[in-house]
Design a protein around this ligand. Structure first.
Ligand code: PMP
Length: 397
């Protein structure tokens, strides 16, 4: 008999069902606003940023080959990533960092590392990225929830976070998205970050900052990474999980970094060595190609400027689309106040459509979105926006 007869089927997450149905749909008006990838005005998700294109050309001309890199990753990529978000503070030597398998891999190393120091309880805002749950559960972590979002005001429910922090036991971690929140598109304000800083001070609570959409919220990497430098200035110890999937469009190259901010530079070598050891056990060496592209975008002044423009152009396009959605829904006299679409940050808009309305969008209009009503704004463009708004108007009227 087979050793594997007892293996049960592991159901994919619900979004996969939607994606499969979408792929089979022949309706020429079909719109796909499901997964969080950038698409151009032409609906192209294979778009490569001009900065990345140029970096790839340079790598072709001056080919570094494919030999193993350093155990901790491509050094220039890691250093550039530190400089990007910590600025001048990167020189202090208070940050231990290694390369990871993109944002997901960074989070996974964070969870493994925190477990190894006795932190294995995670507070998650609801709703949040669905993958956090199985990732934490698979390493035996405990999950507690607070309300992230207020469905009525379309703003963060800060009181719920505040209460959760006040009541949290020592050795808890709060997993908080930096900006361009998935799925709500609603972020903590600077003032709220200041309050978070005060609330966690001297509490044996670690913040794990998930940075998956850096630059897309305001169009500026520097502005979007403000909270990281603020927490640093307040002398906190915290973790940052950095993904370049979206803001460099390096999705399948799996390029990311984990940073552990320490109060004492003397702790850095030990912490970094622990991170390397965890990574070594699971993956050995990190993939280099995306990291080399990233290193060029981060360290070369010229490419860095172009990359900044690339990021801004994503911001500009999605901001423009949100404004147009608002105008069109207003023109259609769609019931309700839709101004909140213009306030959404980054790729996502949490439309507020309920399950039934989401199903109608899918079954009657061939418009596919996450079942919680999340819309990837980048899937909307000038040729489908009228139909999109027409359908929303129909399902809510
Ligand atoms: N965090 C959040 C909030 C995300 O939305 C994503 C990607 N959807 C990730 C992390 C990880 O992305 P990746 O592993 O592709 O870098």
């Amino acid at each position: 008999t087979s050793a594997f007869t007892e293996v049960p089927y592991s159901a994919p997450e619900p979004l996969v069902k939607v994606l499969n149905k979408c792929a089979k749909d022949q309706n020429p008006n079909k719109i796909d606003v499901t997964i969080g990838v950038y698409m151009t005005e032409d609906g192209d998700s294979s778009y490569v940023f001009p900065s990345v294109k140029q970096a790839k050309q340079e790598l072709l001309v001056k080919d570094p080959g494919h030999c193993y890199t350093k155990m901790s990753g491509v050094p220039e990529f890691i250093r550039g990533s530190q400089n990007l978000i910590f600025g001048e503070y990167a020189k202090d030597g208070r940050v231990a960092s290694i390369q990871t398998i993109s944002g997901t891999g960074s989070l996974h190393i964070a969870f493994q590392f925190l477990r190894s120091i006795g932190y294995n309880r995670y507070y998650l805002g609801n709703p949040s990225w669905v993958n956090y749950y199985p990732m934490i559960e698979s390493i035996g972590g405990e999950i507690k929830e607070y309300q992230y979002y207020d469905n009525l005001t379309h703003e963060v429910d800060f009181e719920s976070l505040e209460k959760a922090i006040r009541e949290a036991e020592p050795q808890s971690a709060f997993l908080i998205q930096l900006c361009g929140h998935n799925p709500t598109g609603v972020d903590y304000s600077k003032d709220q970050w200041r309050q978070i800083s005060k609330l966690v001070k001297n509490r044996e609570i670690l913040l794990v900052i998930d940075s998956a959409y850096l630059g897309f919220a305001s169009g500026s990497i520097y502005e979007d990474s403000w909270a990281i430098r603020y927490l640093y200035e307040q002398n906190h110890e915290f973790l940052v999980c950095q993904s370049y999937s979206k803001n460099m469009g390096l999705y399948s190259e799996r390029s990311g970094v984990i940073h552990v901010v320490l109060q004492d530079t003397r702790l850095r070598d030990n912490v970094e060595s622990r991170l390397v050891a965890i990574f070594r056990n699971e993956c050995s060496f990190a993939p280099a190609y995306g990291a080399r592209i990233g290193a060029k975008l981060l360290n070369d002044d010229y490419l860095n400027k172009i990359w900044g423009k690339d990021v801004y152009s994503v911001y500009e396009r999605v901001t423009n689309i949100k404004r147009q959605i608002f105008n069109k829904l207003t023109d259609l006299e769609t019931p309700g106040n839709w101004e909140f679409v213009t306030k959404a940050k980054g790729l996502f808009w949490f439309s507020g459509l309920d399950k039934n309305q989401v199903n109608r969008m899918m079954n009657e209009y061939s418009i596919y979105m996450s079942e919680n009503g999340r819309v990837n704004i980048a899937g909307i463009n000038s040729s489908n926006i009228d139909y999109f708004c027409y359908a929303i108007n129909k399902v809510v009227s």
